[in-house]
Write a protein of this length. Structure first.
Length: 258
């Protein structure tokens, strides 16, 4: 095994160990690789859930990337998120927002144009190398239900930064249904920020949409508690080839007789 592959394998083991520790401690994952410092965590409400049926769920999560020496972090290029097999996504009857509709919109314009398709919100932050120094910038983040892609659901992530120049992001995120430990996989390809001079340092999101369709109340995200644990796995790929892969797990409690 080459030294590069060995380093990445050790990273995956380190994150996995931290993920296991987070079940008991309630803390998220923290890992340092070369000059990269990555923190990730998630939570959900309510903590008490049925064992067999699915109940509405509010999900919160964040990823923070920094450097050890205070320089601009290595740019994150892709984030793949897997959600626990006890989670469920509902989009039937939910309006969609194609990314081209909001590709040039401000945050307020996007939320107005696609208000009925909004499923979550949060914020993003970035560090940009400019004039020999570093500039911090950011934007509110909005998550919309996207148009189906090959019969599968999608999400659209929208952000609008104004420093050092105006740049709008409307990223289509494919969501794949899978078998095994994790039910859904969302793949986020992160475009260059500020013509490649920027690095994403924070993604924070909350998913909490409720709606009605066919005479029934529905939730964009819902879950059950079949084994007392809900897990989220993340795979982070950086511009220099570094890959960090690991899970954060949280306890849930089973509601009796459900």
């Amino acid at each position: 095994m080459s030294s590069g592959r060995l380093r990445l394998a050790l990273v995956a083991v380190a994150v996995g160990a931290l993920a296991i520790a987070s079940v008991a401690s309630g803390r998220g994952a923290l890992v340092e690789v070369d000059n990269i410092v990555l923190r990730a965590d998630g939570s959900f409400q309510p903590r008490y859930l049925p064992r067999k049926s699915f109940a509405p769920l509010d999900f919160r999560g964040y990823v923070r990337v920094n450097s050890k020496d205070g320089s601009r972090p290595v740019p994150l290029r892709q984030l793949v998120v897997d959600f626990d097999r006890d989670g469920r996504l509902s989009v039937q009857g939910l309006p969609t927002c194609p990314p081209e509709r909001i590709a040039n919109a401000t945050v307020e314009e996007a939320r107005s144009l696609c208000a009925n398709a909004m499923v979550g919100r949060g914020k993003v932050e970035a560090t940009i190398a400019l004039g020999g120094g570093l500039l911090g910038t950011g934007s509110p983040l909005t998550v919309f239900n996207g148009p189906p892609l090959a019969g599968r659901p999608t999400a659209v992530l929208h952000a609008h930064i104004t420093e050092p120049g105006t740049q709008t992001f409307a990223i289509l995120v494919p969501i794949e249904k899978r078998r095994g430990e994790f039910r859904y996989r969302a793949t986020i390809d992160i475009p260059p920020i500020a013509a490649g001079l920027g690095s994403l340092t924070l993604i924070q999101v909350e998913l909490s949409r409720r709606y009605s369709f066919g005479g029934k109340k529905r939730s964009y995200t819902s879950a059950r508690c079949s084994d007392n644990i809900l897990s989220t796995n993340g795979r982070f790929t950086f511009e220099d080839g570094t890959v960090i892969d690991g899970a954060v797990s949280k306890f849930c409690r089973m509601l009796p007789n459900r």
